[in-house]
Design a binder for this molecule. Structure first.
Ligand SMILES: [Zn+2]
Length: 175
């Protein structure tokens, strides 16, 4: 609880503070920060690659390469990830998947055999412009990241700040 930061006015700073305070990497558990700045809502997910991709290493099989592409696509389809109940329009989405530049780097890259077997998180950030109040957020990522057991969510918005756990059984944040 002491990790809950006092809110800052700049959404970017909130996000930075959040990243710096990121909790430990635990499989099955993700994190979500929501921050409001007027009509702008920023959402930042940190999810273990093991839950999102099903693996935490360079893709080794055609299935894993495919999985990487499928997940990259899901992150661009906002309804696969999250639903806000306000009159919201996605302005910007940003995600970074590990292992993606694997093939572009070329075959001479010898490091990848030594590199890996490390844990990896996937960070995804969305910026929404909402013309009406957001009072409910549904986490949809549970629908396909089935090993994800919970997401620890924190929010900072006009009505205050708080934290809650969302789970596949209870994927709704409301205030
Ligand atoms: Zn891991």
């Amino acid at each position: 609880m002491s990790r809950l930061k006092t809110c800052c006015h700049f959404i970017g700073l909130c996000a930075l503070g959040f990243a710096a305070n990121a909790e430990m990497h635990v499989h099955g558990q993700g994190q979500l920060l929501l921050a409001q700045d007027g009509e702008k809502w920023q959402l930042e997910f940190i999810l273990p690659a093991a839950d999102v991709l099903g693996f935490e290493h360079e893709p080794e099989t055609p299935e894993q390469v495919r999985q990487l592409k499928t997940v990259a696509q899901r992150f661009t389809q906002i309804e696969s990830i999250i639903h806000l109940n306000g009159d919201c329009k996605l302005e910007h989405g940003d995600y970074e998947l590990p292992y993606q530049d694997h093939h572009e780097k070329g075959e001479h890259d010898e490091s990848h055999s030594n590199e890996a077997r490390e844990h990896n998180d996937i960070e995804v950030t969305y910026l929404f412009d909402c013309g009406s109040p957001v009072t409910e957020v549904r986490i949809q990522v549970f629908n396909w990241a089935t090993s994800l057991e919970r997401i620890n969510a924190k929010w900072f918005h006009d009505k205050g700040q708080g934290m809650a756990q969302v789970t596949p059984q209870q994927p709704l944040l409301a205030w």
